[in-house]
Design a protein around this ligand. Structure first.
Ligand code: FAD
Length: 550
């Protein structure tokens, strides 16, 4: 076997986080490589490319797309944004892939990326202060620093269903979509009604012979209010406001240009509230969620008002009272906003089409998958040619725990986290020196716009590595007590709000059987998170142990 390649930094994953790390570590003059499972850049948007049916000659209207407005779904480097303009306010996967091609053309990203490389293990050696990283096919790399940019949704999840192997039609998970698939005249079934399902349902419903949707929890989706972007208007926006946007995003809870309203509901009049709700509703996107009153997340009564507003808006669009109750029930399925709301354009209208059936699996559970479809507990066999699993991901932790990562005490991180994640600052873990992650457990992750919090954490890590190199430290590792205090802080912030009231929520890990239920993200907003990270850095990395080079 040839000698392993040795680098200053190894990065795992080539999405936003991995590319940001790579470009900035290069600037430090350090040696760096990225290992990536896929065949290209783009991360999430390389894998999530549903429905991808090439027979749709029109532009995809509803397929996999982002729910962050386009100025915020890109890197903040002016060299990049000055020459790039998305064509839609909420771009789809094709445009985001095109964006990554553009970034590559500018900076030759790919010269430092090794594609088709799934990292299987990473073992720390305390004697030499180095990670040994092995890919699934046996290639070995070494590095002083390991940067896990594996994403919050890189491990897709398919629940166990009896009879799945007997199905004679086509079966796909939404994150493993084929290059081409023709839905025309097919009888399609889709399990799940999360963000992905909503996008697929809207896109395929007009084209399939029949669509059966199996719903566990109604999706409290919000209107997207998609817009085309005019290049001229965007040029003006770039000149006047882009720099402000990029500064502002770090000052708001979720990393956009608008923020949660600190006013509490009881301090406002009903009229004021109604007008505020209307205004946010009309703005579309996530305004009604992370642009609304702060106490919606803390106070059930305030939350009920938001739900009632949402319910009435949605019910207006559903003529059938039975469907109204399934899609927008009088009794909220969970507090408003404790699961991430999806964005939709005509989702609620789809169910009024004669070729669409909505099955509530709380009333008729999925019992078995049979050769010609799926049988529910009421005895009905739903005949299907294609079955789509829009069943989500082992979110937030799955990408990291899928790798056999062993630190100073030889325990794998999967074992360490079996009874719950513990981290320091949502970016590192005690006994795993010189290892960081971005947009992962106990960071703001899915409560924030991806690029906003990714760049924040990535810059912190780059500054930290630079500090260690400049000051001749060979390793850095969180101190157990600091880790415990941080993790308890995250738990307390989580427990003070209504998050725990949602069942099957990926925010809490409760969508995966056997996973410890805990608040998996830092729920205090980007500014509070940045302060904790920056305070530690300013205080010579308080909460970490730093080891001098010999
Ligand atoms: P990713 O983009 O997920 O990239 C991680 C990369 O790591 C992948 O390419 C993967 O192949 C690779 N990888 C993982 N494990 C290994 C391994 N063991 N070895 C080698 N490579 C590995 N965020 C928003 O802000 N707005 C949205 O609207 C939004 N929508 C989303 C929709 C979906 C369906 C999903 C899954 C996520 C969405 N997100 C959204 C979150 C999104 O992941 C982030 O915005 C952003 O793309 C994260 O970038 P990343 O680099 O951290 O991770």
């Amino acid at each position: 076997m040839s000698e392993p390649h040795d680098y200053d930094v190894l990065i795992v994953g080539a999405g936003f986080a991995g590319v940001h790390q790579l470009l900035n570590i290069r600037k430090l003059g350090l040696t760096v490589k990225v290992l990536e499972i896929g065949e290209d850049l783009a991360g999430t948007w390389l894998w999530n490319r549903y429905p991808g049916a090439e027979f749709f000659i029109h532009r995809l209207q509803f397929g996999a797309r982002v729910d962050s407005p386009s100025p915020f779904y890109q890197f903040s480097d002016p060299e990049l944004w000055q020459d790039w303009t998305y064509t839609e306010k909420y771009p789809d996967w094709r445009e985001i892939q095109a964006y990554f091609r553009y970034v590559n053309d500018k900076f030759d990203v790919k010269r430092d990326v090794v594609f088709h490389s799934r990292v299987a293990s990473a073992h720390w050696n305390d004697l030499v202060d180095r990670w040994t990283v092995t890919t699934e096919d046996g290639r070995v790399f070494r590095a002083q620093f390991l940067s896990l940019c594996t994403g919050i949704g890189s491990k897709h999840h398919i629940p166990i269903f009896k009879g799945i192997d007997t199905f004679q039609g086509d079966v796909y998970h939404s994150a493993r979509w084929p290059e081409k698939y023709d839905f025309k005249d097919k009888r399609a079934g889709i399990i799940g009604t999360g963000a992905t399902a909503i996008q697929i349902i809207q896109e395929i419903a007009p084209h399939v012979a029949h669509l059966t949707v199996f719903q566990r929890t109604p999706n409290l989706a919000l209107p997207i209010r998609q817009q085309s972007i005019s290049a001229e208007a965007e040029e003006k926006l770039k000149k006047d406001l882009y720099p402000v946007f990029f500064r502002r995003r770090g000052q708001t809870f979720s990393g956009f240009d608008y923020d949660i309203d600190p006013k509490s509901v009881p301090d406002t009049t009903p009229e004021e509230r109604l007008l505020a709700f209307e205004e946010k509703w009309e703005k579309g996107g996530l305004h009604f969620w992370v642009g609304s009153y702060a106490d919606l997340f803390m106070n059930q009564e305030a939350n009920d008002e938001a739900y009632a507003f949402w319910r009435e808006k949605v019910r207006e669009r559903i003529p059938d009272p039975e469907l109204q109750e399934k899609l927008a029930p009088m009794q909220a399925p969970h507090p408003w906003g404790v699961r991430r709301p999806s964005l939709e354009q005509r989702y609620f209208e789809v169910y009024s089409q004669p070729n669409v059936t909505l099955v509530d699996v709380n009333k008729a559970a999925i019992e078995e998958i049979v050769p010609n479809g799926l049988r529910t507990s009421d005895g009905t066999v739903h005949e299907l040619d294609i079955l789509v699993f829009a069943t989500g991901f082992d979110m937030i932790t799955g990408g990291i725990t899928s790798i056999d990562i062993r630190g100073q005490d030889g325990l794998s991180i999967k074992e360490k986290w079996a009874n719950g994640v513990k981290s320091y600052l949502g970016l590192a873990s005690a006994t795993y020196p010189n290892m960081f992650w971005i947009y992962g457990p106990q960071s703001p992750a899915g409560l924030s716009n991806g690029p906003s919090s990714i760049e924040m954490t990535s810059e912190w890590i780059i500054n930290c590595i630079n500090y260690l190199k400049q000051n001749k430290f060979s390793s850095i590792v969180p101190i157990e007590e600091a880790q415990l205090a941080y993790s308890e802080h995250v738990d307390q912030l989580g427990a003070a709000a209504l998050w725990f009231k949602a069942k099957n929520s990926w925010y809490m890990g409760s969508n995966i059987e056997g996973k410890k239920v805990q608040m998996l993200q830092f729920p205090g907003g980007l500014p509070a998170y940045a302060k904790l990270c920056n305070d530690s850095a300013t205080d010579s990395y308080d909460g970490f142990h730093l080891k001098c080079s010999i």
